[in-house]
Design a protein around this ligand. Structure first.
Ligand SMILES: Cc1cc2nc3c(=O)[nH]c(=O)nc-3n(C[C@H](O)[C@H](O)[C@H](O)COP(=O)(O)O)c2cc1C
Length: 197
């Protein structure tokens, strides 16, 4: 099964990427074949709120987001990974999520015509790392991702969230968490993850 993975950190081989690699090891062990897309290598403009997608469900801005729309709507499993920057997802990830407004509109228009097909197998998974602890550290990011996956027409299938790692590569020290991440990857691809509230 194909699985689309978006890396949202501007730091290559950083902590969220190491954690994502562990999740993807589990995914591969369970038979999944991931495609990885690094958002900071792409030119994705922020949504300009032009209203162009309101009537058509298509984004009028043409850039590296354009080919991603078809990829997103034709795949069952999507992973988005982003570290926490100022209590939210990174700017690169946010620009990507904001541009899914076109898909939100597409879904709304299809629902209006009675042509929207709900597919419960379509699931999204969110991976995040923050340096500091705090009960609410992932709250904003998780809410953004829940709404973002909803715009993509997929269910929030769970998340893997770690506090502590800060310097590049710190994540490697968290061996137990990496082992748990591999299991989470297996469960996600098998549709077993229940880490949703
Ligand atoms: C601009 C910026 C803002 C950050 N804001 C937060 C924050 O609000 N809370 C926090 O716990 N960590 C914050 N961090 C730390 C990162 O979440 C942490 O270093 C993380 O491990 C980076 O993951 P990466 O290596 O995948 O980029 C911030 C880092 C940067 C560069």
């Amino acid at each position: 099964m194909d699985i689309l993975t978006f890396l949202g950190s501007p730091r290559k081989k950083g902590n969220s990427e190491i954690l994502t690699e562990a999740v993807l090891e589990g995914v591969k062990q369970a038979g999944g074949s991931p495609e990885i897309i690094r958002l900071c290598d792409l030119k994705i403009s922020p949504c300009i709120s032009c209203g162009g997608c309101d009537k058509t469900g298509m984004c009028v801005v043409e850039d590296d987001m354009t080919p991603l729309y078809d990829k997103i709507i034709t795949i069952d499993k999507i992973i988005v990974a982003s570290p926490i920057f100022f209590y939210g997802i990174t700017a690169q990830t946010k620009a990507f999520i904001d541009r899914t407004q076109a898909l939100w509109n597409r879904k709304r228009l299809l629902q209006k015509k009675g042509e929207w097909l709900e597919n419960p197998k379509r699931m999204g998974f969110f991976i995040s790392v923050a340096a500091t602890r705090g009960a609410r550290i992932f709250e904003g990011a998780v809410l953004t991702m829940k709404y973002g996956f909803d715009a993509m027409g997929i269910n929030y299938g769970g998340d893997f969230l770690i506090t502590g790692p800060d310097r590049r590569g710190d994540m490697k020290k968290y061996e137990q968490k990496l082992a748990e991440a591999r299991e989470a990857g297996k469960n996600f691809i098998s549709g077993l993850d229940a880490n949703v509230d």
